[in-house]
Design a protein around this ligand. Structure first.
Ligand SMILES: *Cc1c(COP(=O)(O)O)cnc(C)c1O
Length: 366
């Protein structure tokens, strides 16, 4: 008889039903929002699809800002739901400009919904969310923000900005599991979602979640919730709370500064020149002419340091350094900067490794 040994990942105690509300409240406290926090028991792209599917309806007009494949997907789901979608595409790999958003909103007549990604890990950019939020409010439009790649790295003032739906994934800056997502939903958004024709009895239905969980006293969740994911989410929240949200953000700021300083000292070219327009989770460099990011990313040192090619239209020109979540620390930053030096050297470009190490030390201390 094989030994039926207890396994720490398989034979978990069930997650207590009362625990879900506690987790939601802890997320609300970390984000400092008074809006409802609900869970979608799936990875964050599913939560985004649920938001588009539940909110979108025929006759609705949306301005969908596209700065990565995520925005593209979102526009597709809105269109499928019958929404009249105006797409605003930023320059490939760059943040959208406030002027472009203002112009699109002025030209669009009425707009009921503005949707955008806050920070992009795909290209290492940060979109100007506060200014866009102001424009959306002036139009009286609902505002949906994909904050999966910004939560834990960037300030996300859901209530002050008037974000009606913020989609949060624990798996990036918060260092948590990828199989569960949270949505912060305003009363205004619930009013738009709660329609007779809203999708129901569907994993993409937010009104199901509202009625079956939120309105029912926040006890048991539908289906068989994954204990693994909820225990992991709790552990992730323990860790973030121990550091404090401000501390988690500060650690990402430091990792970003050190990475950017190291890369510049090395002689690499930062893709986003202005730190305020750059992601704090991922830093990208523009490769010298003739080098291909996909090929360079296959180098052993690049793989070991977690360097990857960009995603989207400018993918082959951009190399990404990932300093997200638990990776936002000195060792990972140093390893990434050194790996860039190594692969640029091998490709025949001069780099200054010593200056790079000193620049990283200049941010982290000796
Ligand atoms: C990572 C990420 C998501 C979620 O993608 P998953 O495949 O579910 O992890 C959504 N939006 C953005 C901007 C992301 O970076």
């Amino acid at each position: 008889m094989p030994d039926f040994a207890r396994h720490s990942l398989l034979d978990l105690p069930p997650y207590p039903a009362a625990g879900y509300a506690r987790l939601a409240d802890r997320i609300a406290t970390l984000i400092a929002t008074g809006n409802d926090v609900v869970f979608v028991q799936a990875e964050a792209v599913v939560a985004l699809e649920a938001a588009a599917t539940s909110l979108g309806t025929a006759g609705m007009r949306a301005l969908n800002i596209v700065t990565s494949p995520y925005g593209e997907l979102f526009g597709g789901w809105l269109t499928r739901a019958g929404v009249d979608v105006v797409e605003l595409r930023a320059e490939p790999g760059l943040p959208v400009t406030v002027e472009a958003v203002a112009q699109a909103l002025a030209g669009a007549g009425g707009v009921d919904l503005v949707a955008l990604v806050h920070a992009e890990s795909a290209s290492g950019i940060l979109n100007p969310l506060p200014a866009i939020a102001r424009l959306a409010r002036e139009k009286g439009a609902l505002l949906l923000v994909d904050a999966v790649a910004s939560a834990g790295g960037h300030e996300l003032d859901v209530d002050a900005l008037g974000i009606d739906i913020a989609v949060i994934g624990p798996q990036k800056g918060l260092g948590g599991p990828a199989g569960i997502s949270a949505l912060c939903v305003s009363q205004r958004a619930w009013q738009a979602i709660d329609r007779p024709d809203a999708p129901q009895r569907s994993v993409l239905s937010l009104i199901d979640i509202k009625r079956n969980w939120l309105d029912a006293g926040r006890g048991a969740l539908s289906g068989m919730p994954s204990a693994l994911e909820f225990h992991a989410l709790e552990a992730a929240l323990d860790r973030v709370e121990a550091e404090g949200m401000a501390g988690t953000i500060a650690r990402h700021v430091r990792a970003q500064r050190a990475t950017r300083a190291g890369l510049e000292a090395l002689g690499a070219r930062l893709w986003i020149g202005d730190e305020r327009e750059a992601s704090r989770l991922v830093t990208t460099i523009l490769l010298p002419e003739g080098l291909d990011a996909h090929r360079l990313a296959q180098d052993e040192a690049a793989i070991a340091a977690g360097l990857t090619a960009g995603v989207g239209a400018v993918a082959s020109k951009l190399l990404r350094l990932d300093h997200t979540g638990p990776r936002a620390g000195r060792e990972t930053v140093l390893q990434g900067v050194r790996a860039v030096g190594h692969i640029l050297n091998r490709a025949g470009f001069a780099t200054d490794e010593r200056a790079a190490e000193e620049a990283v030390a200049g941010v982290y201390g000796p």
